[in-house]
Design a protein around this ligand. Structure first.
Ligand code: G4P
Length: 295
C-alpha cells in the first residue's frame, strides 16, 4: 500500500456491463498477441493497475507505461520507474500527448521481446509483425497513445471515460496494436484506490458526490504539496490550515463564487477545483508514492 494516507471513505462498487464484456474480450484475444502494453496513470500507478488485466495477461510479456508523466511529480515518477524495474518489470514514463512522446515505448517493447525476436530469426520469420494489446483504465490516454504511437489520427480521442466501446486493430509500422476499451474492476481493495481513480477522472463524476470528492482531493494534496495549493489560490498559512470544508469555502469566496446571502457556492467551487487539478493548474502532482519494498 501507498505511504500516502488518505481520509477518503468512498465505497464505490461500479462495474457496468460493458466492462465485464471487455474483460471477456480480453480473455479471448490475449492468445492472439505477443505482449501487453499496460497503460497506467503516472500520478497513481498502483491505483490505476487493474488486477483483472494482470490476471488475464499473466503469461504474456508486459510493458508498464506510466502515461501523463507531464502531470505527475517528476521525482516520484522516477521512483516509480525504479520500483517497477526492481520488480524486473519493463516500465517507461511518457506523455502520450506530446509529439514523439511514445518513442521510448518502441525501444522498451523491443527490449521486452528479445526472446521472441530471436526465435523468429531462427525460424526465418524476422519480418513478422508484433501484435500488442493495449489495455488500461478509462481515461488513461489510450486513444491519445495510439494517435501518437501510430503517427496519425487513427483513433479518435474521447473526452469522457468509457466512450471507446469496441476493440480495434491499428497498424503502426512493424506493430499491430489491439486497442481495448477502458476497463475498471468490480471491487476496489481500498477506498484509497477508488478515490484516486475518482480524483483523476477515471470514474464518471456523475456517480460521485463532487463536493466530497473535491474536498478530499484538496485535503490530500495540501498534505503533500501545501505550497502548490497555497500558491494557486493565494492562501495564507492560516487559511491553508482550515478544516477541509472550510478551506473549500474560503477558496470559493476568494474566487467570488457566492450564492444568495453571500455564502460560498461550494458546488461550483468543487467543479472548479477538480477541473483545475485535472488540468494541472496546481502544478505537477503525484497522488501515490511507491510502497517500501521488503528487504
Ligand atoms: P482513453 O482513450 O484511455 O479513454 O483516453 P484519451 O486518450 O481519450 O485521453 C483522456 C484525456 O487524457 C484526454 O483529455 C487526453 O488529451 C488526456 N491525455 C492523454 N494522454 C495525456 C498525457 O500524456 N498528458 C496529458 N496532460 N493529458 C493526456 P481531455 O481533456 O479529455 O481532452 P483534450 O484535452 O485532449 O481535449
Amino acid at each position: 500500500m501507498s505511504q500516502i494516507q488518505n481520509s477518503n471513505q468512498y465505497q464505490i462498487q461500479w462495474f457496468p456491463g460493458h466492462m465485464a464484456k471487455t474483460l471477456r474480450m480480453m480473455e479471448e484475444e490475449i492468445r492472439n498477441v505477443d505482449a501487453c502494453l499496460v497503460l497506467l496513470d503516472a500520478r497513481i500507478p498502483l491505483s490505476s493497475l487493474n488486477p483483472e488485466i494482470e490476471k488475464i495477461a499473466a503469461h504474456k510479456p508486459r510493458l508498464y507505461i506510466l502515461n501523463k508523466a507531464d502531470l505527475a511529480d517528476p521525482a516520484v515518477t522516477a521512483a516509480w520507474v525504479r520500483y517497477f524495474h526492481a520488480a524486473e518489470a519493463g516500465c517507461v514514463a511518457i506523455s502520450a500527448k506530446q509529439k514523439g512522446g511514445t518513442a521510448a515505448v518502441k525501444t522498451a517493447i523491443d527490449a521486452e521481446l528479445t526472446e521472441l525476436f530471436a526465435k523468429r530469426e531462427r525460424r526465418g520469420m524476422a519480418g513478422a509483425k508484433t501484435a500488442l494489446m493495449l489495455c488500461g483504465i478509462p481515461n488513461v490516454g489510450k486513444s491519445t497513445f495510439i494517435n501518437t504511437f501510430a503517427g496519425s489520427a487513427r483513433a479518435k480521442a474521447a473526452d469522457r471515460p468509457g466512450v471507446t466501446r469496441g476493440k480495434q486493430w491499428v497498424t503502426a509500422g512493424k506493430y499491430d496494436l489491439l486497442d481495448m476499451p477502458g476497463v475498471l474492476w468490480k471491487k476496489f481493495d481500498s477506498p484509497k484506490i477508488a478515490s484516486n481513480l475518482a480524483f483523476i477522472g477515471s470514474i464518471k463524476d456523475d456517480i460521485l458526490d463532487g463536493e466530497e470528492l473535491a474536498m478530499n482531493l484538496l485535503d490530500e494534496v495540501r498534505a503533500h504539496y501545501p505550497a502548490k495549493v497555497a500558491e494557486r489560490y493565494a492562501l495564507t498559512p492560516e487559511t491553508l490550515a482550515l478544516p477541509p470544508y472550510e478551506l473549500m469555502e474560503a477558496i470559493a469566496k476568494k474566487r467570488g463564487m457566492l450564492i444568495r446571502g453571500g455564502e460560498a457556492d461550494t458546488a461550483r467551487a468543487a467543479v472548479m477545483l477538480l477541473d483545475e487539478f485535472r488540468a494541472s493548474k496546481w502544478g505537477r502532482i503525484s497522488l501515490e508514492v511507491p510502497p517500501e519494498r521488503e528487504a
